[in-house]
Design a protein. Structure first.
Length: 260
């Protein structure tokens, strides 16, 4: 086994990143583009937006560094002042997927009692997992995932790579925002041991069972920015909009803000 990969496995099994989100590239070509110097080329702005990890805009673990990041992003500063915003407000600018967690032990009970609907303003920010604000994403969890995938480690070291680098290895296909088992009955029949024994097939059919999914906070609609700017995060259908657009509505930033 490659010594760099072996070291990464050890670090992956022993390290944690409390209070941090996850920075990922948005295109599987990013490692090649970065190697070719395109992070500083004629298409720099496009490449930096698509490849924040490979271009060093953010490391794998990231978060907003200022309490005003959401308001700045709402004021379109991610576009108007990209260099500053990418570095200081990666969550609010959509580069960083904030890790999602319920803030109170009673969240699951409150959700069962209908509080996500009846007390949505409090609940969606306090109990995002129980209320369904957060989603399961195929996200890489190591800085070197793009380059490892480019070196074909998704095929030569499949179990570690498909679990650690599901985005770069396209475990969820082209839509990294939907990380769920395709056939729960079949997945249970196979069992978790098949993730080790037959990773190429089982990870792609059962990414959640195999541990490739990360609970995170991110918009899941391209319309979120316009909806937020039109005030729909606080409008008549705010509960639906916030669940679809937690980043644009400031929910994701609120998790980082708690750590500031």
């Amino acid at each position: 086994m490659n010594r760099t990969i072996l070291f990464a496995i050890i670090m992956y099994c022993t390290s944690t990143a409390n209070g941090a989100g996850i920075c990922n590239d948005f295109d599987t070509s990013c490692a090649a583009w970065a190697e070719n110097g395109e992070c500083d080329g004629d298409n720099k702005e496009f490449v930096l937006g698509k490849c924040p990890l490979s271009c060093g805009v953010c490391t794998i673990y990231c978060r907003d560094l200022h309490e005003d990041c959401h308001s700045w992003a709402t004021d379109d500063q991610c576009t108007e002042n990209p260099d500053f915003m990418r570095k200081n407000c990666p969550t609010s600018c959509g580069l960083c997927h904030a890790k999602c967690f319920d803030k109170e032990h009673d969240c699951a009970k409150w959700a069962r009692d209908g509080e996500c609907r009846d007390n949505s303003y409090f609940m969606l920010k306090t109990c995002p997992v129980s209320c369904g604000v957060c989603g399961q994403f195929c996200l890489d969890t190591h800085d070197d995932c793009p380059s490892w995938a480019k070196q074909d480690h998704c095929n030569t070291n499949p179990y570690f790579m498909l679990k650690t680098c599901p985005k770069s290895c396209s475990v969820c296909g082209d839509d990294y925002t939907k990380c769920s088992d395709n056939n729960i009955t079949q997945c249970r029949s196979w069992g978790e041991h098949q993730c080790h024994e037959n990773p190429h097939t089982v990870f792609r059919e059962c990414p959640n069972m195999c541990g490739a999914c990360t609970t995170a906070c991110q918009d899941i609609s391209e319309s979120c920015k316009s909806w937020a700017s039109n005030g729909e995060c606080e409008g008549e259908n705010s509960d639906v909009v916030v669940m679809t657009c937690p980043r644009s509505c400031g929910i994701c930033h609120s998790f980082d803000k708690d750590e500031l």
